[in-house]
Design a protein around this ligand. Structure first.
Ligand code: NAD
Ligand code: UGA
Length: 456
């Protein structure tokens, strides 16, 4: 039996450790965090994150071989394998501000480990997404102390998507484990591989060197986001012509060399990672003297910002260039469906722009209102957070759909239309609703990448 510790009880630490606990009953898994409120919620019926299927798994192992604690130092002392899953946001100060990774939480964790570890051999696993060669920096910190512990640093990036985390963890496309290419490194990588081998087929467990593993994570996110920006750029061209982006995506995606996933045009991608990881990648390229490569990847983020702004500009323009005093109801605040996470959600940027125009913004989301209130806290303007979706849409001039929650498809749009100000407008940032039906009811409908259905 090994004592496995995870530092950081967030969107990655919580679900991944629950999955390891479920599949590795012989090991004891502890998740620690400096945020006591988060840990209290992991120990309750109201988990700190919403993720379909997660509560059931947590309840089946919590108190048996999965524990959530706040005493970081004590748990480090007992651990044989330490996963580090702390946040690695974009640095907002000094050198590389707005691009580079802010590694202060990561370095603090390394120093905590060095100070408190007591075992003879400890494997430290980078679970957080980190710039290339972070493991090397980590190893240097470990070597700098007087500890008698022998450390091995392994990279094991996580590829789960929020909203489908349990599915992704149960059946991953691959598990990537990067280790040093010497005997100790290989043994450490194998000890981590053994955990996953309890439920992941051997051919999907990929062992590489540390740097390839770190870089592959950034590149995977960059390439997924690049597909979205590519399709979003073409959505603008579709709106100027008679082409329909859904038909174009389908036709292009049927080429099996291209594939059909991540070709859905949208208001733009959000989430805590795409923007941050592409900016990290771009910064790394700059740092290594590759400005052309840096610009190439940075353009993926520029197109995304442009797409969110384009969505806003269409609303403004179609509202006769004035939004002052008009009610805009935002359907969905989460960055995607089936999560309450709003980090870098297009809804934040859209709300800010609408409030700048002095619109009255009403926001509905089935799971993300708590986070939405925090996101818009410091922003001046008239905002209402509404739990009842029909009340959120009453007296609205405009509906702006940002998140593709299933329930938005099932609403009674005839009832909604009756209670809205006329002419009534729907701007569908996800091409999620039945546009022909809405048009028949009387709405003016503005999809992404398709000609609008105008009544006026
Ligand atoms: P998160 O912010 O939800 O969780 C990080 C947690 O670490 C927080 O609860 C924070 O309090 C804790 N923490 C920070 N410093 C600490 C310290 N010194 N000691 C103990 N706890 C500390 O972040 P997340 O979304 O789980 O992401 C974690 C990492 O995983 C990031 O690098 C991210 O890029 C990567 N990642 C995230 C996802 C995702 O879907 N969210 C997917 C793959 C990879
Ligand atoms: C993404 C990756 O898919 C994961 O593999 C990765 O582990 C994770 O980032 C991470 O490193 O954090 P996530 O951000 O949770 O996962 O969700 P995605 O499903 O990738 O969606 C990201 C954004 O792109 C969402 O706003 C989504 O609505 C948008 N999107 C996605 C589109 O606009 N069009 C698409 O076709 C697909």
């Amino acid at each position: 039996m090994s004592n496995i510790l995870c530092i950081g009880a967030g969107y990655v630490g919580g679900p991944t450790m629950a999955m390891i606990a479920k599949n590795c009953p012989k090991h004891q898994i502890t998740v620690v965090d400096i945020n006591k409120d988060r840990i209290d919620r992991w120990n309750s019926e109201e988990l700190p994150i919403y993720e379909p299927g997660l509560l059931e798994i947590v309840k089946s192992v919590r108190g048996k071989n999965l524990f959530f604690q706040t005493d970081v130092a004590k748990e480090i002392a007992n651990a044989d394998i330490i996963f580090v899953s702390v946040n690695t946001p974009t640095k907002m100060f000094g050198e590389g501000a707005g691009k580079a990774a802010d590694l202060q939480f990561w370095e603090k964790t390394a120093r905590d480990i060095l100070e408190n570890c007591r075992k003879a051999n400890v494997v430290v696993v980078e679970k957080s997404t980190l710039p290339v060669r972070t493991a090397e920096a980590m190893a240097k910190i470990f070597e700098s102390g007087k500890s008698s512990t022998k450390f091995s640093v392994i990279s094991n990036p996580e590829f789960l998507s929020e909203g489908t985390a349990i599915e992704d963890l149960t059946n991953p496309d691959r598990v990537l484990i990067g280790g040093e290419q010497d005997e100790t490194g290989r043994k450490a990588a194998e000890s981590v591989a053994e955990l996953y081998a309890q439920w992941v087929p051997a051919e999907r467990i990929l062992l590489t060197n540390v740097w390839s593993s770190e870089l592959s994570k950034l590149v995977a996110n960059a390439m997924l986001a690049q597909r979205i920006s590519s399709v979003n750029s073409i959505s603008a061209l579709c709106e100027r012509t008679e082409a329909d982006i859904s038909e174009v995506s389908k036709a292009v995606g049927m080429d099996k060399r291209i594939g059909s996933q991540f070709l859905e045009a949208s208001i733009g991608f959000g989430g805590s990672c795409f923007r941050k990881d592409i900016l990290h990648l771009s910064y790394l390229c700059e740092y290594y003297g590759l400005p052309e490569v840096a610009d190439y990847w940075a353009s993926v983020v520029h197109i995304n910002e442009w797409q969110i702004d384009r969505f806003f500009q269409t609303i403004l323009h179609e509202q006769f260039d004035t939004l002052a005093g008009k009610v805009v109801s935002i359907l969905g605040f989460a960055f995607k469906q089936n999560t309450g996470d709003t980090r870098d959600s297009p809804a934040i940027h859209l709300s800010e722009k609408l409030l700048c125009e002095q619109a009255k913004v009403k926001i509905h989301d089935p799971k993300a209102l708590e986070n939405a209130k925090i996101d818009l806290k410091g922003i001046k303007g008239d905002v209402i957070f509404q739990e009842d979706v029909y009340q959120a849409l009453e007296d609205a001039h405009v509906i702006a759909l940002v998140t593709q929650w299933d329930e938005y498809r099932e609403l009674d749009y005839e009832r909604i239309y009756r209670k809205m100000v006329k002419p009534a407008f729907v701007f569908d940032g996800r091409n999620h609703l039945d546009h022909d039906k809405l048009f028949q009811i009387g709405f003016n409908v503005f999809p992404i990448g398709r000609p609008p259905l105008r009544r006026i």
